[in-house]
Design a protein around this ligand. Structure first.
Ligand code: PMP
Length: 451
């Protein structure tokens, strides 16, 4: 049991010591003014994580000391900025164990990374810009699941529309959130050219069986079929080794792993990336530009048109240093225990149904849930008054919610800086909110009886 992790990092995250006053505002002056002050409890890290000072300092340091455009100037500042930007690429490559630094494309986030692949494989230049041949053709099949985040659905709908490819969904039929390998196998055949699935669900918290998924695709799909993993909810929380996963692409967002917003990455196998057509044209991504045609640089420049998010990439590098310093195994082990605690405590709350795996199954440190007595958005509002930040909505997973029979859910999501005490405070606030709404409903009944 590692109860020292969260307390030992708390000082790294000034925002986590912020207080919340009875007006429902963050108290930035740290004075109570006679108001009922509560500690802010942040349980929305699946949406975005908080940032340690190591990351905010890296951003400030870059802007104050090294700010310049990269890859261009002959001057010292530009060399320094370029060195730091490319150094961040090395850090990402090492973090996910890429075979080469050229396999890391900086994007604005996971959504951008998935769009890069979906667009590149479905527009007229196709995979091989010299021959102009499309990778995805009419009748080819793209397989995703009903449980995907919209960012792993909509780009594929667009790609299918553009090319006449057929988009197929593995149903998300069970509330336990188990990946239906049988249904998946039934959908995979020689027509399957692309498979894109999430590693960890941002609603169910379930961890998908990537080994089995890869095995099924490699033995049943088209011989050149490609597999993409939406690793948005796994990379921040566990050691992800792209070489042992056996997939062709992964997408992740920096802001969910203690890094800045506006930066994320696509990892792809070098040979595949260099056979794909660029999806955006501009400076930096070319070899030669003539009036009637251009030739393209190899990856990663091939996919990084224009001035990149330099400071954000450097900030992401700092967040990777920070996470490595703690150790991804330590973070993962700590969160497994915290996840179990959250799941068990929610199980004991009357009238609450937790989506995803049952108690006792390993899951990510997040729980989406519904209450019989209170609508998720009312839960969000009432917990906010108590200083507990959770999320309510469809979490960008409308097809999944529909399949489970709900329009919305509430979600508490944790990171390594959260503690069991945070979970306790959340459960107390949840129980009192449910109690309050139940008493209103009870009161309503009584009034009805009286009349
Ligand atoms: N996939 C999953 C599973 C996610 O949780 C998210 C973010 N909620 C995304 C994709 C999209 O990430 P971003 O908005 O950072 O591009």
């Amino acid at each position: 049991r590692d109860s020292t992790l969260a307390p030992s990092v708390l000082n790294d995250f000034p925002i986590l010591s912020k207080q919340f006053d009875s007006d429902g505002k963050i108290n930035h002056n740290d004075d109570d003014n006679g108001k009922n002050i509560k500690r802010l409890i942040y349980l929305d890290s699946a949406a975005t994580s908080q940032k340690p000072t190591a990351v905010t300092d890296a951003l400030t340091r870059y802007y104050e000391r090294s700010n310049s455009n990269v890859h261009r100037g002959a001057h010292a500042l530009s060399r320094e900025a370029t060195e730091q930007y490319e150094d961040a690429r090395d850090k990402v490559a090492n973090f996910v164990n890429a075979a080469s630094r050229n396999e890391i494309i900086f994007t604005s986030g996971a959504t951008d990374a998935i769009n890069l692949v979906a667009t590149s494989l479905s527009h007229t230049c196709g995979r091989d810009p010299l021959q102009g041949e499309l990778y995805l053709k009419a009748g080819d099949e793209i397989v995703i699941t009903e449980a995907e985040h919209h960012s792993n659905i909509v780009p594929w709908q667009m790609a299918a529309k553009r090319t006449g490819a057929i988009l197929k969904y593995v149903p998300a039929c069970s509330k336990s959130g188990e990946f239906d390998l049988n249904a998946f196998k039934g959908l995979i055949g020689p027509q399957t050219k692309f498979v894109s699935v999430q590693h960890v669900s941002n609603v169910l918290g379930s961890i998908n069986p990537i080994d089995s998924i890869v095995e099924i695709v490699r033995s049943n799909a088209a011989s050149d079929a490609l597999i993409m993993l939406d690793a948005c909810q796994s990379v921040p929380h566990m050691k992800v080794d792209v070489q042992s996963l056996g997939v062709d692409f992964i997408a992740a967002s920096g802001h969910k792993m203690c890094g800045p917003t506006g930066i994320g990455f696509l990892w792809g196998k070098e040979e595949i990336l260099n056979s794909m057509s660029p999806y955006r044209g501009g400076g930096e991504m070319i070899d030669e530009v003539y009036m009637d045609y251009s030739t393209y640089a190899q990856a990663p420049a091939r996919f990084e048109a224009g001035t990149p998010a330099i400071a954000q990439a450097i900030g992401l590098g700092a967040s990777i240093d920070y996470l490595n310093n703690i150790g991804m195994d330590r973070i993962h082990n700590y969160e497994v225990e915290l996840a179990d605690y959250l799941r068990r405590r929610l199980d004991d709350v009357k009238g609450v149904t937790v989506l995803g795996p049952p108690v006792g199954t390993e899951r990510a440190a997040l729980c989406a849930f519904v209450s019989e007595a209170v609508h998720p958005s009312d839960l969000g509002t009432f917990l906010d008054i108590e200083g507990v930040a959770i999320r309510a909505g469809h979490h960008c997973c409308q097809p999944l919610h529909r399949a489970l029979g709900y329009s919305h859910s509430a979600r508490a999501s944790l990171y390594f800086y959260n503690t069991k005490e945070d979970v306790d405070a959340f459960i107390t606030a949840l129980e009192s909110t449910i109690g309050f709404f139940s008493s209103l409903a009870g009161g309503g009944d009584e009034r009805t009886n009286e009349s």
